[in-house]
Design a protein around this ligand. Structure first.
Ligand code: 5GP
Length: 132
């Protein structure tokens, strides 16, 4: 059965799309740690990130690097924090989180933002991504 993230990448479940390429997809985390918190996934379904083959793995991180550049341009911050957890959704993903201080990466402190703000920031990230 397809994972929820496969359905998102296929457009079967709506998401706030931030970037897309042939093999990878980026979208806003629905319960962000910080405004602009983005998830980067391979379209191919693999549960555990370190089970991805070397070529796809390198491609995933290269794509994430581009998304992080777009995210930093769209959401002013000190750094883009990076994390891989994977305890909730069994489809490999990289968390990219705009941060100004260490506590902004606290996974026990999820936030909510209005739909219009989520849509606006996703659009900004996508616009920045398309410039790269
Ligand atoms: P992890 O698997 O890394 O522990 O966490 C999964 C992340 O995916 C969480 O931060 C959670 O908020 C996010 N998430 C779970 N389900 C959905 C969903 O249906 N849509 C989106 N956009 N994010 C989700």
């Amino acid at each position: 059965m397809a994972t929820i993230f496969s359905k998102i990448a296929a457009g079967e479940i709506p998401s706030y799309k931030c970037a897309e390429s042939e093999h990878y997809y980026a979208f806003l985390d629905i319960n962000p740690l910080a405004f602009g918190h983005t998830l980067v996934i391979p379209k191919q379904e693999v549960n555990y990130i370190f089970d991805i083959n070397d070529e796809q793995y390198a491609g995933l991180w290269a794509f994430a690097k581009k998304v992080a550049t777009a995210l930093k341009a769209a959401v002013p911050c000190r750094r883009i924090g990076v994390a891989v957890i994977g305890l909730e959704v069994p489809h490999a993903h990289i968390h990219l989180v705009p941060i100004n201080k260490e506590r902004d990466m606290d996974f026990s402190n999820k936030k909510e933002f209005p739909a219009e703000e989520m849509q606006a920031v996703a659009t900004r990230i996508l616009e920045e991504f398309e410039k790269l």
